[in-house]
Design a protein around this ligand. Sequence first.
Ligand SMILES: [Zn+2]
Length: 156
Amino acid sequence: MNITVTGMVGRRSGKLQLIEAAKFFAAQLMDPRMVRNLTVDIEVRRGLDVDGECVDEDGVRNPRWFTIGLKNQDIDEMIKVLAHEMVHVKQHAKNELQSGLMVATRGGMKMSSRWMGEIWKPEGKECHYYDSPWEIEAYGREVGLYQKWLAAQEAA
Ligand SMILES: [Zn+2]
């Protein structure tokens, strides 16, 4: 797994922690063969308008190159957000999630996402973000991944 971190100016220990945490989360979420072929570029940005984001840079089936944007904040919070974004890396790498698909609709093109092979759209009271199956999984797993990371730090 090839990991780069940019934007952590003057925070060498923070940068190392992000790299270690990315490796730890990847090992929790994917098999070693998949992890070995991944490239993850972590970009820490002061002005990011969200806590984190995950971009599949390949845009193909079985993508292996990702950019994770993290808002520059307290390192523990950044590691928690990183756990969430690594769940999205897993979802893309395993072809569970394909996002940013352009779908032709009557009246124009629309951005859409495919989950487990099918286009997913919110229905009824569902919201496009919190009710999507990929965010439910990412929010659900970030808690456990972060707890396991803390436990591993204490054991070390
Ligand atoms: Zn998410």
